[in-house]
Design a protein around this ligand. Structure first.
Ligand SMILES: [Zn+2]
Length: 447
């Protein structure tokens, strides 16, 4: 059995002739392009596509487009005009490249975001130099997710070289703004039909979920702002007014006593990683009460606050529905309203995302699983991301559910100083992706 890792002597007799010979050529092409794969990753890192504000999107998109055009891809640049942050100084430029095979068939789309978060402090290398050292490529975005993007390009090109007559089509996109919600990227393109049938059938997002794991989706999100109301008065006579911050204190106390323990008790069949996120969670993102918070170097407001605002970030499970999720919060608020003198509140939705989980036997998940078995000689680990990513737009706007995240980066390194991606990991995951393409487009065998 063709293997890159351990157990060189272990052979699965049923596969030794057909499968191995078929993939020998493909694997050799990818192995021969190891340097090119590392250099492509480094080149992509050298575009400082920091979001916000959305720097260097155009040159990065054009670099990708030029490279893929040279390989015969048809290339489109799509500016997401009017989306958050889109200006002439910071245009939201996406690139979509498509290569149609000689005969009709399904389309596999690799989608990567080209934006990165700011570098922050604590780096021992220049975060935008694209340093290649000791088998790793370092830089902001190395793991999240320019390494995954580079691996998908090498995988697609190797597959095309090994199978010049392949049926169907391959698409590769570099999209923007994933780190800020994806509105100028995948959401915009999905709204224009780029992530729907019949154009596309299968989507792989090479986010850094580790090379032997398949990410099937994510938990749901509800962000909301709760405001408690009060009545302004002189701070020396608080009894003449009504303190909105004390009302919010009662809200927080009720959350501590009832809501947080209830959320902790909820379990799920979703294999969320890390383990701590395998339940419902809620973060209190911020709290603002009273008049301005920015009183220094003067004195704080002398008033009884008439408003206190709290934002919550509630992550929920496939087993929950958003009406109940909201109801858990509003029932506490309504009860306080009946129990507590003068208590009044408003609640505003900020964002809602439904939880998503592609089934393990979906075509794209089983094709990549077959690749993982082939390359690593083990069963893939199936995971669910604690936070969302662009898959939400593919599902909600594109109505395309055959979508997973699979990529070489190590999840824990994302957004950290000295972020890196391993070159061996990229080579191996490029092979997994190429096998995935083979199964999805050529349908050589079922896994
Ligand atoms: Zn990412």
């Amino acid at each position: 059995m063709r293997k890159t890792g351990n157990n060189p002597g272990k052979v699965k007799p049923d596969k030794v002739n057909n499968v191995d010979r078929m993939y020998d050529k493909l694997f050799k092409i990818i192995d021969d392009r190891r340097e090119e794969l590392a250099e492509l990753t480094a080149e992509l890192i050298r575009f400082p596509t920091i979001n916000p504000p959305g720097d260097a999107y155009r040159p990065c998109a054009e670099y990708l487009g030029n490279r893929l055009a040279k390989r015969g891809f048809g290339v489109e640049y799509i500016r997401a005009e009017g989306t958050p942050g889109d200006t002439d100084r910071y245009p939201r430029i996406n690139v979509v490249a498509r290569f149609d095979g000689r005969v009709a068939g399904p389309t596999v789309h690799f989608n990567s975001h080209i934006d990165v978060v700011e570098a922050g402090e604590g780096w021992s290398v220049d975060p935008f130099a694209g340093t290649i050292r000791d088998g790793r490529v370092y830089g902001r975005g190395a793991c999240d997710m320019k390494g995954g993007l580079a691996a998908s390009i090498i995988a697609a090109e190797a597959f095309m070289d090994a199978n010049p007559d392949f049926p169907g089509a391959i698409e590769i996109s570099g999209t923007v703004d994933e780190e800020s919600g994806g509105f100028g990227g995948v959401a915009y393109l999905a709204g224009k039909g780029y992530f729907s049938r019949p154009r596309v059938d299968h989507v792989i997002i090479p986010e850094p979920l580790n090379k032997d794991r398949i990410c099937l989706g994510h938990r749901g999100v509800w962000w909301a702002e709760i405001e408690t109301k009060g009545e302004i008065a002189h701070g020396s006579m608080p009894f003449l007014g009504d303190c909105a911050v004390r009302h919010m204190g009662a809200v927080l106390e009720a959350f501590e006593r009832e809501l947080f323990p209830a959320l902790d008790r909820k379990t799920t069949r979703m294999p969320v990683v890390p383990e701590g996120a395998r339940r419902s969670t809620m973060n209190i993102n911020s709290i603002h009460g009273g008049q301005t918070d920015d009183f220094r170097p003067g004195l704080p407001s002398p008033n009884v606050p008439d408003s206190c605002r709290l934002t919550i970030d509630r992550r929920f499970l496939l087993e929950e529905n958003i009406v109940d999720v909201k109801g858990e919060v509003t029932s506490i608020l309504d009860r306080l309203k009946s129990e507590r003198k003068k208590f009044d509140y408003e609640i505003r939705d900020i964002m809602e995302v439904q939880p998503l989980m592609t089934e393990r036997d979906a075509p794209v998940a089983s094709a990549i699983a077959r690749g993982i078995r082939e390359i690593f000689d083990k069963e893939p680990e199936y995971v669910i991301s604690p936070g969302t990513y662009d898959q939400k737009h593919v599902a909600r706007i594109g109505h395309l559910y055959d979508c997973i995240a699979y990529g070489p980066g190590i999840l824990d390194l994302a957004h950290r100083p000295d972020e890196w991606v391993g070159i061996d990991d990229m080579v191996q995951s490029a092979k997994v992706m190429a096998i995935g393409l083979d199964i999805l487009l050529r349908g050589q065998f079922s896994g």
